[in-house]
Design a protein around this ligand. Structure first.
Ligand code: HEC
Ligand code: HEC
Ligand code: HEC
Length: 208
C-alpha cells in the first residue's frame, strides 16, 4: 500500500495544487511538457511542502470500486455487501487491508494496535460508513460502491472552506450520483438528516 499518512492528521488536505479536474487521483499529469515542475504527487511524503489550501480538485467524485475482485475473493458480493455483523472474524480481518488502502492509512489510524477489539471513534465511523454508505447506498451507474469509491486513498478529503461550493459539490456527487438501495428518496437528508447537521460524523464517533 502506498501513502504513509498514518495517524489522525487533521486533514493536510490534497497536496496537488492544480487540476480542478474532478477525481483527486493525484497523477493527472498532462503530457509532461516543459519543466515537470510539480513535486512528486505520490501520495506519501511531501505533506507540508506548500501551504496550499485544499482545493475542490482533491475531492473525489464517487466511482466504481477498484476492489470488487478483492471483495469477491472474500465471498462478498460487491453490489450487495452484507452488514459487518454477518461477516466472520476471519473475513473481517482479511477485509482490513481494503479499508487501509482505500483511506491511505495504516491500521493504527483506526485501531489501538495493542487491542484490535477496542472501540475507537474512527472504528465507529468506519463501521457506520460500511453500514450506511457501502450497504445502504449504491452508485447510480450500477458500479460497485466501496470505501475507495469515495475516499480514493485519503481519509480526509473534503474542502469545507467554502460551504456553498461544497454544497454544490455534494449535490452533484453525493446526491445525483448515488441512490438508496431501498429505492426511497435520496437527498442531503439521507446523510445529514433533517434538520441539516453538517458535522453528523461526530455523532457516529460515539453512537453504535
Ligand atoms: C478505517 C478504519 C480501519 C482501518 C484502517 C483498519 N481497521 Fe480493523 N476494523 C475496523 C472496524 C470498523 C472493525 C470492526 C468490524 C466489526 O464491527 O466487527 C475492525 C475490526 C478489526 C479486527 C477484528 C477485531 C474486532 O474489532 O472485532 C481486527 C483484528 C482488525 N480490524 C485488524 C486490522 C488491521 C490488521 C488493520 C490494518 C491492515 C486494520 N484493522 C485497519 C476499522 C479499521
Ligand atoms: C459515499 C462516499 C463514501 C463512502 C462509500 C465511504 N466514505 Fe468514509 N467518508 C466519506 C466522507 C465524505 C468523509 C468525510 C471526509 C472529510 O471530512 O474530509 C468520510 C470520513 C470517513 C472517516 C473519518 C475520517 C476522519 O478524519 O474522522 C472514516 C474512518 C471513513 N470515512 C472510513 C470509511 C470506510 C472504512 C469506508 C468503507 C467501508 C468508507 N469510509 C466509505 C465518504 C465516504
Ligand atoms: C452520501 C452522504 C452525503 C450526502 C447525500 C450529502 N453529504 Fe454533505 N457531507 C457528507 C459527509 C460524510 C460530510 C462530512 C461530515 C462531518 O465531517 O461530520 C459532509 C459535509 C458537508 C458539509 C460541510 C459541513 C461543515 O460544517 O463542515 C456541507 C456544507 C455539506 N456536506 C453539504 C451537503 C449538501 C447541501 C447536501 C445535499 C445537496 C449534501 N451535503 C449531501 C456526506 C453527504
Amino acid at each position: 500500500m502506498a501513502a504513509c499518512g498514518g495517524g489522525e492528521a487533521t486533514g493536510p488536505g490534497p497536496q496537488v495544487p492544480a487540476g480542478p479536474s474532478a477525481s483527486g487521483s493525484a497523477a493527472a499529469v498532462p503530457t509532461g511538457s516543459a519543466g515537470t515542475a510539480k513535486p512528486g504527487p505520490t501520495g506519501s511524503g511531501t505533506a507540508g511542502t506548500v501551504p496550499t489550501p485544499p482545493v475542490p480538485g482533491g475531492m473525489k467524485t464517487p466511482s466504481g470500486s477498484a476492489m470488487a475482485e478483492d471483495l469477491k475473493k472474500l465471498g462478498i458480493d460487491p453490489l450487495h455487501p452484507p452488514p459487518l455483523s454477518k461477516l466472520s472474524p476471519d473475513v473481517i480481518r482479511k477485509l482490513m487491508p481494503t479499508f487501509a488502502k482505500s483511506l491511505g492509512v495504516k491500521c493504527e489510524a483506526c485501531h489501538d494496535v495493542n487491542n484490535f477489539k477496542a472501540s475507537t471513534p474512527k472504528k465507529k465511523v468506519a463501521a457506520g460508513m460500511w453500514q450506511r454508505f457501502v450497504v445502504g447506498l449504491a452508485l447510480e451507474d450500477g458500479a460497485p460502491l466501496y470505501c475507495d469509491s469515495c475516499h480514493g486513498g485519503k481519509m480526509e478529503f473534503l474542502d469545507t472552506h467554502d460551504k456553498k461550493a461544497l454544497s454544490a459539490w455534494m449535490d452533484t456527487n453525493y446526491v445525483a450520483k448515488l441512490k438508496k438501495v431501498d429505492k426511497k428518496d435520496h437527498s442531503c437528508d439521507t446523510c445529514h438528516g433533517d434538520p441539516f447537521d453538517g458535522k453528523f460524523l461526530k455523532a457516529w464517533e460515539t453512537a453504535k
